[in-house]
Ligand binder design. Structure first.
Ligand code: PMV
Length: 328
C-alpha cells in the first residue's frame, strides 16, 4: 500500500490551450511535447487506515489547507473510487527545481501522483490509462507519463477515456537540449486553467486558433520523425506565438510575458539569423525555453546568460517517462 514514483516535466512544442470539457479536463485539441530529464517530481503515496484525512507534504513541509491540498484530495478520490479503497493517504512529494519559480510543477506532479497512488492502491494500469487519469489533475501531466516525444490526443468520447497521450519517439531519438531561461521569481498571477477559460470565453481568436491545430500537429510529428530542426523551429515558434496571441486577445487580455521574455524572443531569432540553430517556446509564464541541438548548447547558454534580465538558466534534455522507483 506504499509506492514511490518519479516523473519529469514536459514542454509543449505544439501548445494545449482550451478545454472541450471542464469537469473532466478534456482538451479542445491535441498537443505535442518533449519530456525533460531535469525538472522532476518524486512522490510517495501510502494508504493508511488509521488516518482521518489525506496529508500532503510538499518539499518537507506539511500543507494543511488551500488549493494544492484540495487538488490532491480530489485526485485521490478518483483512485479510491476505482480501486475500492477507503483509506486516506499520506502524499510526500518533492521537486528538484524551485516550486515557486512558476515552472510547470503540475505536469511532473500529477504524473508522479497518478503512478504512485494507483500502484499503492493495487491498480496495475497501462500508461495510456494512467495518462488519462493524470489529465484529470492537469492537462499537460497526461504527456509526462511518456518519455521523449509524446502527443496528447483530445479524444472523441464524452467520458474522456480516449483523451490521453501516446508516445511518438524515445528520449534518445534526437539529442536536443532545452535551456530554461528564468526571467522572474514567484508564482504566475493567472493560472493556466483561468487563462484558458477566459481566452475561450472572450477571445475572438480562439476558434481560428483551434482551426490551426491539426496542421501544426502533423508538421511537428513529421519534423520529429525526420529530426528536421528547421521545420520543428518553425512550427514550435508559430504554435507558441499563436497561443499567446489568442490569450492576449481575451477580455481582459491574458499577457504572461515580461520585458525580458520579449527581448529573449528577439535574441533567439537574432542568434538564429547569425547561424546558431535554436528556437524559443513560452508557456503560461514569463520564462523562455530555448531548444537547440546538443552541439550548440554551450553557445546558446552563453547567449542566454549574457542577456539582461535572465536570472538563471537550467539545461535539460529529453528524458524518460514516469516510473516506479519503489513499491511495497
Ligand atoms: O496543464 P496545464 O493545465 O497547466 O496547461 C498547460 C498549458 C501550457 O503549458 C501553456 C501549454 C502546454 O501544452 O503545456
Amino acid at each position: 500500500m506504499k509506492a514511490t514514483a518519479i516523473a519529469h516535466s514536459n514542454i509543449a512544442l505544439v501548445k494545449y490551450w482550451g478545454k472541450r470539457d471542464v469537469a473532466l479536463n478534456l482538451p479542445a485539441a491535441g498537443s505535442l511535447s518533449v519530456t525533460l530529464d531535469g525538472l522532476s517530481t518524486t512522490t510517495t503515496v501510502s494508504f493508511d487506515d488509521s488516518l482521518d484525512g489525506d496529508r500532503l507534504i510538499l518539499d518537507g513541509q506539511e500543507i494543511t489547507e488551500g488549493r494544492p491540498l484540495d487538488r490532491v484530495v480530489t485526485f485521490l478520490d478518483l483512485i479510491r473510487a476505482e480501486a475500492e479503497v477507503t483509506a486516506c493517504a499520506t502524499v510526500e512529494t518533492s521537486n528538484d527545481f524551485p516550486t515557486a519559480a512558476g515552472l510547470a510543477s503540475s505536469a511532473s506532479g500529477f504524473a508522479a501522483l497518478a503512478l504512485a497512488a494507483t500502484t499503492a492502491a493495487g491498480l496495475d494500469w497501462s500508461k495510456e490509462r494512467l495518462s488519462a487519469l493524470a489529465r484529470r489533475g492537469s492537462g499537460s501531466a497526461a504527456r509526462s507519463l511518456f518519455g521523449g516525444f509524446a502527443e496528447m490526443k483530445p479524444g472523441l468520447r464524452p467520458d474522456g477515456a480516449d483523451a490521453h497521450a501516446v508516445p511518438i519517439a524515445d528520449a534518445d531519438h534526437w539529442d536536443l537540449r532545452c535551456l530554461v531561461a528564468l526571467t522572474a521569481r514567484g508564482e504566475k498571477k493567472v493560472g493556466s486553467t483561468q487563462g484558458m477559460q477566459r481566452t475561450q470565453a472572450t477571445s475572438p481568436f480562439f476558434n481560428p486558433w483551434l482551426a490551426t491545430m491539426d496542421d501544426d500537429l502533423t508538421a511537428a510529428r513529421q519534423a520529429v520523425e525526420n529530426r528536421d530542426f528547421g521545420a520543428l523551429a518553425g512550427v514550435a515558434e508559430r504554435s507558441c506565438l499563436r497561443m499567446h496571441a489568442t490569450a492576449i486577445g481575451a477580455d481582459p487580455g491574458v499577457l504572461y510575458w515580461n520585458a525580458t521574455t520579449t527581448s529573449l524572443i528577439h535574441a533567439v531569432r537574432h542568434a538564429r539569423d547569425e547561424g546558431l540553430p535554436c528556437f524559443f517556446t513560452i508557456d503560461a509564464g514569463p520564462h523562455v525555453k530555448v531548444f537547440c541541438p546538443a552541439s550548440s548548447a554551450t553557445d546558446v547558454e552563453a547567449m542566454l546568460r549574457d542577456s539582461s534580465g535572465v536570472l538563471d538558466v537550467l539545461v535539460t534534455r529529453p528524458g524518460q517517462g514516469a516510473r516506479i522507483i519503489e513499491a511495497r
